[in-house]
Design a protein. Sequence first.
Length: 254
Amino acid sequence: MSQQQVSNLGLQNILPMRKKPTLKVVNKTYRSRKGTCLGGAHTLTTIEDINKLKNFFLNYDNGTARNNMGYRNYALVVFALNTLKRGGDILRTTIEDIFNSDMTFKKEFYIKEEKTNKTARVYINKAMQEAIALYISNDELRNSIQIEMHQPLFMSRQKDKQGNYKSIALRTYNDWLTKAKKELGWENKRISSHSCRKSASRIIYEQSKDDPNKARMNLAWLQEQLNHSSQSTTLRYLGISNDESDSIHDSIQF
């Protein structure tokens, strides 16, 4: 879908998220008043599994004509896979972060990460554009919600006291991922909002590990995208073994 096609979808009057409560780490469990997400999120290591997760939401049908939750969750998963950002940061994204006033897509936007307090650039690639356009242009959503630029991108049907639509809660996001894992037969996998960030990062690394030069470049890129302080932190995050790490270091000879 081209940018011109997206701009012709009639996306007018598009929809701020309420500030997400601070997450505190307690025994590797992220706790907030809006829900709990256990640490140690499972990493999906194949493109096939990534596509199964995406397609679950893309083809989701809850038995009614209202399947926009599937499109929303599909866009959310695609967004998470392509940005490598944490779930809480993603859910603070607003429509005006993504779209220009004429409803064409922006090239990028910036978020302030809640955990690190660092500012991160988010590039809006083609996969994200197509998934978001499918979700935002869906008749079910547009007929039921008056979309405005200041509203959250990934919205629930609940409103705050001022009558503004809320973002879906992190707990809700995790509940949907739990539903997906059960339907996909992944009972032994702990799938959470962090799984997309970890899974996409690992696959990006795996695709280049046999080429030392590309592996070094991708590792540096992942460190930047994940906002890690060092490459050793990134390697630990990816679950890279000592042997794999040593192999990378062996390829670096001065």
